[in-house]
Design a protein around this ligand. Structure first.
Ligand SMILES: C[S@@+](CC[C@H](N)C(=O)[O-])C[C@H]1O[C@@H](n2cnc3c(N)ncnc32)[C@H](O)[C@@H]1O
Length: 263
């Protein structure tokens, strides 16, 4: 039995997916929310804590960082790290925290999965103190992410439309008009919505496939090891346009970032 088979899906996500992908993106929401020393920050849909941990680096131990997620397995991985962050089980639509508590509320790559995104935004504003800032990022449409589009097409050819569609799911909120409507419904008519590019760099196309295979929301548990190996072999060729001379593969993942300030 190799190490990966002994790990839970959440541990695999944290060890294989976060370092190359989502672990590179927290600065987008932290910058947008102006997170700095000694602030109180809440990360909504925190998963295993990628953005909350990055927030703690900025606030220092004089600050307060909390994370909320409904998935106990993800929270278990976060808790086991032993960092001084408060972890709460709960949903964005019913944050288990009092009004007016935080200087900043951030959320990274989660809003597109929420049951009721406008309600979730209203909740995030509720727990902000007056003058506090909200910053939420989601992936832009997959059509704006060429490396991911190539992988989606490859999945379609190899494993059919359902697998490809599953892979596209996290990109489904990538529509500024939809996001504007969500903000308006939440009463955030002054919210700013910006497109921001960030890239992910992998040692090889296979590493990219391995990372995606560890993502609970795309290929994790959908493809078995043999299927992932076949996909990786195909991806080496299909992702050649994204390969540098040193063999590394870089794919851009544009994001939409919502920023708002509580009056
Ligand atoms: C793609 S993961 C991102 C996790 C984390 N923000 C990161 O950057 O690694 C999406 C997260 O949203 C959480 N989620 C889904 N529905 C939610 C809801 N209604 N309220 C709060 N979190 C939710 C999931 O449990 C999951 O941890």
């Amino acid at each position: 039995m190799d190490t990966a088979t002994r790990l839970t899906p959440a541990e695999i996500y944290d060890q294989l997916f976060v370092p190359t992908l989502f672990g590179r993106f927290p600065h987008l929401v932290l910058d947008a929310a102006g997170v700095g020393r000694d602030q109180a920050v809440l990360d909504v849909g925190c998963g295993t804590g990628a953005a909350a941990e990055a927030a703690l680096e900025r606030t220092g131990r004089g600050g307060r960082v909390a994370g909320v997620d409904p998935n106990e397995e993800m929270l278990g991985v976060a808790r086991n790290k032993g960092v001084p962050i408060e972890w709460y089980a709960g949903s964005a639509e019913g944050l288990p925290l009092p009004d007016g508590t935080f200087d900043a509320v951030i959320s990274q790559f989660a809003l597109m999965f929420f049951d009721d995104p406008p309600h979730a935004l209203r909740e995030m504003v509720r727990v902000l103190r007056p003058g506090g800032r909200l910053a939420v990022s989601i992936p832009d449409a997959i059509d704006h992410s060429p490396g991911f589009s190539v992988l989606a097409e490859l999945l379609h050819r190899r494993f059919g439309p359902d697998v490809a569609e599953g892979f596209r799911q996290p990109f489904r909120g990538g529509d500024p008009d939809w996001l504007r409507q969500v903000c308006d419904e939440a009463g955030l008519t002054e919210a700013r919505i910006e497109r921001r590019d960030e890239s992910a760099r992998f040692a090889s196309a296979s590493e990219f496939v391995q990372a995606e295979g560890a993502c609970l929301w795309t290929l994790g548990g959908v493809l078995d090891d043999a299927q992932l190996q076949r996909l990786a072999a195909d991806a080496e060729e299909s992702l050649a346009p994204f390969r540098a001379a040193d063999g590394t593969v870089t794919v851009v993942l544009p994001c939409l970032v919502v920023t708002a300030r509580k009056a």
